[in-house]
Design a binder for this molecule. Structure first.
Ligand SMILES: Cc1cc2nc3c(=O)[nH]c(=O)nc-3n(C[C@H](O)[C@H](O)[C@H](O)COP(=O)(O)OP(=O)(O)OC[C@H]3O[C@@H](n4cnc5c(N)ncnc54)[C@H](O)[C@@H]3O)c2cc1C
Length: 507
């Protein structure tokens, strides 16, 4: 340990987005106050701190995209914008007394399991500490991905990524190239189109886009939600129920999604009159295979005279000339990458070294997998929030986060019940069994059969990101820790093995 040693804590939480803050609240509710939240940035908020690009907003109604234990009757719109969601997370931090636990500018650089002491050795940018339990809430959409484009370093203009917007750079009057057509790109395009001189969209694959049922939430609704909390709960319940009913079409009967495709086609037809442009914007894969996007302004923006759509990816940069993979050439002053994040190659996985001296990234070289989306074999007392196969195609990730917080709470309870210095390590057979069943279910889903290549799939084409069921089912299977799925580690006896003693638990 260096001179900046921070000592020992019961729990180290990494990240202060919805996942990390939620974990902190659950720990406090459980009576656990001996924990820190290690955050690399200098403020809470995660996704909603880092993504401040023009037009950034949620795709799930706010009354569902918020903690069930921290309702907000004051949401201004159906789909609130980034500033409101960020402010909400700041309020959650204050209301639940989380400030004293926060350690900003504390990027976690390495985590190493100490088998003798049965704890994690944590190295951060602000010092070292040890922790009995680590909760990794570093977020699957947290580390921006910029593709390696030959010649990008020769570009004389501004290069940025949607998740690291430079508000000091003025796009007005500039020739801007937007790379990508994902959820961020389709919010940025209509937000900047009126101001830029020329906007060129490099589209490898067109997204399916549906209307966005957004509107201001009236003062009367807010009043009602404040005075009669049951109305707020009913609103949330309705939003949740509708989305639960949609799941089987994604997971079992993708052919039923054809009707939604007609809706999306009509939506485009209303805004885009040019048949050639419409053809270019029409996807050739089943709706839902990639994330379905919601926007009322994307298609109208693309139909404007100062916008061009290049139906190819960006292949090369030669100075200020951008070359598409179809050979087209475009001059630009600024490039905005809306190219997503390191989702199936989570950066934190390279930094965690477990029982066998290997990193999580090495263990996951053929694809990420965890038990109930949370724990990996050989990484005792290490839980991931929004781990492998916990993503959703159509509902609120906060529901999945809260289910995982239940699992965390029970994990902590089990450690208390078993007593003494102890660690729980997922059995390899339990992890394999969970993932075999999960992947079997995956074969029928739209993500596997829909005919697209998406960020849900890893380099091997395996879906290691999405949950192939309802959020209700996930909540049920994460309610309790099944001790039969874990090995219980106790400290080695003085002359014993150096890897900690493994004991069977009678349950
Ligand atoms: C633009 C955008 C829009 C989205 N819209 C929706 C939506 O409409 N509906 C939906 O359900 N989901 C949406 N999501 C997904 C969203 O990421 C999740 O809903 C949720 O916010 C994830 O929370 P999190 O706490 O797990 O991760 P994050 O919010 O990403 O937080 C992770 C935190 O960990 C920190 N961190 C990372 N690595 C380290 C390290 N090594 N050391 C210390 N700190 C570290 C980061 O700085 C960050 O603060 C969206 C994501 C993006 C990017």
């Amino acid at each position: 340990m260096d001179g900046r040693e921070r000592g020992h804590v019961r729990v180290a939480v990494i990240g202060s987005g919805f996942g990390g803050l939620g974990a902190a609240v659950r720990l406090r509710r459980q009576g656990i106050t001996d924990f820190v939240i290690l955050e690399r940035a200098d403020a809470v908020g995660g996704t909603w701190r880092d993504n401040s690009y023009p037009g950034c907003a949620c795709d799930v109604p706010s009354h569902l995209y918020s903690f069930s234990f921290a309702p907000n009757p004051e949401w201004p719109r159906n789909f609130s914008g980034q500033p409101h969601i960020r402010a909400y997370l700041e309020r959650v931090t204050d209301i639940f007394g989380l400030r004293p636990h926060l350690r900003f500018q504390s990027e976690v650089r390495s985590l190493r399991w100490n088998a003798e002491a049965l704890h994690w050795e944590v190295e951060t940018a602000s010092g070292s500490l040890t922790a009995e339990v680590v909760v990794s809430a570093t977020g699957p959409l947290s580390d921006p991905k910029v593709p390696e484009i030959p010649g990008l370093d020769t570009f004389p203009g501004k290069v940025s990524h949607s998740a690291r917007w430079d508000h000091d750079y003025d796009l007005r009057g500039k020739r801007v190239a937007m790379i990508g057509t994902g959820a961020s790109a389709i919010q940025i395009v209509p937000a900047i189109q009126p101001d830029v001189q020329r906007l060129t969209l490099f589209q490898r694959t067109p997204p399916w886009v549906l209307p966005r049922a957004d509107r201001r939430i009236s003062a009367a609704e807010k009043w009602l939600h404040t005075k009669v909390p049951a109305t707020r709960a009913a609103r949330r319940g309705l939003l949740w129920g509708i989305r639960e009913m949609q799941v089987s079409a994604f997971t079992k009967r993708p052919e039923r999604l054809g009707l939604i495709e007609s809706l999306a086609r009509n939506h485009m037809k209303k805004a885009v009159k040019d048949p050639a442009l419409r053809a270019a914007l029409t996807p050739d894969y089943r709706i839902g295979c990639k994330r379905i996007l919601l926007s009322n302004t994307y298609y109208p923006a693309l139909a404007q005279p100062n916008v061009d759509v290049v139906t190819a990816g960006l292949a090369e940069v030669r100075g200020s000339t951008l070359v598409g993979s179809d050979g087209s050439e475009v001059e630009a002053d600024a490039i905005v990458f809306g190219t997503g994040f390191h989702v199936t190659d989570l950066p934190i996985a390279k930094r965690v070294t477990g029982v066998h001296g290997t990193t999580l990234a090495e263990e996951w070289k053929d694809g990420m997998e965890a038990l109930r989306g949370a724990t990996a074999a050989g990484f005792p007392n290490f839980l991931t929030i929004i781990g492998p196969n916990t993503g959703l195609g159509n509902s609120s990730m906060i529901l999945m986060i809260e289910a995982q917080l239940n699992y965390l709470a029970d994990f902590m309870r089990q450690l208390d019940v078993l007593g003494g210095k102890i660690a729980l390590d997922a059995r390899p057979s339990a992890v394999q069994d969970w993932n075999r069943k999960l992947q079997q279910r995956m074969t029928r889903t739209v993500w596997s059969t829909g005919g697209c290549d998406s960020w849900y799939l890893d380099a091997n084409g395996r879906n290691s990101t999405v949950w192939p069921g309802t959020t209700g089912e996930f909540k049920k299977v994460t309610r309790q820790v099944d001790l039969a799925e874990y090995e219980v580690l106790r400290p080695p006896k003085p002359a014993g093995s150096s890897t900690g003693e493994r004991a069977e638990v009678a349950v």
